[in-house]
Design a protein around this ligand. Structure first.
Ligand SMILES: Nc1ncnc2c1ncn2[C@@H]1O[C@H](COP(=O)(O)OP(=O)(O)OP(=O)(O)O)[C@@H](O)[C@H]1O
Length: 295
């Protein structure tokens, strides 16, 4: 369980983070989103005990992270925005090295390393880190974050710069980590991925929380469920409607903003000789929310 309260971080006199807080239960995925410079990395580094906030409190499973960041190390796996790997080391040597840093014995390191290489589909036998592709390097960094089997993972933009296949792989991998009972906090700019996998999302703007909650709660906050009516009509000039509609390839799409508008539109449409093909209800996407919030 994580409890963060009124976290503030000033860089000189600039408030990069300004009163952010949240609760997060275990085995959940928490997404932190926002425009460039909104404060995501700053928040993630505070949560990982890597930088000290100017003020605020942070409790992870009873550990006061601000006072005792070292106590968090064994249960934390952190993936920075850009991992600098030791280019001349082999993958095996690199993971073993980190296993040793975490105090694991040789047998545990071997078992854990082999499990991770296999689950991450990382076949880098004998290769040096400097010879790996960006996607493989990211997988190695993920393996490093997991070598000591931590319960909390903090991943800063884990899919940035990856091709669609590798990006999808990483997202599915994160979902599996949740299924294993791990808690994951991550930031990202791919909002469709955030929407897909997060149990809760925080939207940051200029260091402040603009909105946070489950995707359903955010959709409620940003309101406006709309109804999209897909239809055909022989003579559209006969369609006496007040709702906006568009045309593509002889098919039409009208958008109603309330259930009353939906009812009125479908009634008028039938009376005017139209045929409804389907009706979909639609909430605003995270992307639309971010655009609405502005920089
Ligand atoms: N060490 C630092 N010294 C001074 N200012 C900093 C420092 N680190 C971050 N900042 C500033 O704090 C603000 C928040 O930065 P942060 O890296 O947390 O944003 P972000 O949301 O992660 O951005 P991005 O999406 O571009 O990675 C930015 O204006 C940044 O310039």
């Amino acid at each position: 369980m994580i409890r963060a309260r009124t976290l503030v971080k000033y860089y000189n006199d600039f408030p990069a983070l300004d009163g952010v807080g949240f609760d997060l239960a275990e085995s959940n995925i928490f997404g932190v989103i926002g425009h460039n410079g909104a404060g995501k990395t700053t928040l993630l580094k505070i949560l990982a005990g890597l930088i000290t906030p100017t003020s605020g409190t942070l409790d992870v499973d009873g550990i006061d992270v601000i006072r005792r960041p070292i106590d968090l190390k064994q249960r934390l796996g952190y993936l920075p925005e850009e991992s600098r790997l030791y280019e001349t080391m082999t993958v095996d040597a690199y993971l073993s090295f980190f296993g040793e840093i975490y105090g694991l014995d040789a047998k545990t390191i071997r078992t854990r390393r082999d499990e991770l290489l296999s689950s991450l589909a990382l076949d880098a036998e004998g290769k040096k880190l400097g010879e790996l592709s960006k996607g493989m390097k990211r997988k190695v960094a993920i393996a490093r974050s997991l070598i000591h089997d931590p319960s909390l993972l903090i991943y800063d933009e884990p899919t940035s710069g990856l091709d669609p296949m590798t990006s999808r792989f990483v997202i599915e991998y994160i979902k599996n980590l949740r299924a294993e009972g791990k808690t994951i906090i991550f930031s990202g700019h791919n909002l469709y991925q955030v929407e897909e996998i997060c149990d809760a999302v925080m939207i940051l703007r200029r260091g402040k929380t603009v909105a946070q909650g489950s995707m359903d709660e955010l959709r409620e906050m940003f309101g406006s469920l709309t109804y999209q009516i897909f239809f055909r009509i022989p003579d559209v000039s006969a369609f006496a409607t007040a709702v906006p509609y568009t045309e593509a390839d002889g098919h039409y799409l009208a958008t109603a903003r309330t259930i009353e508008e939906l009812n009125r539109t479908t009634t008028t449409l039938s009376a005017d000789g139209g045929v409804i093909e389907r009706i979909e209800s639609r909430y605003p996407s995270l992307e639309e929310m971010l655009v609405k919030i502005g920089k």
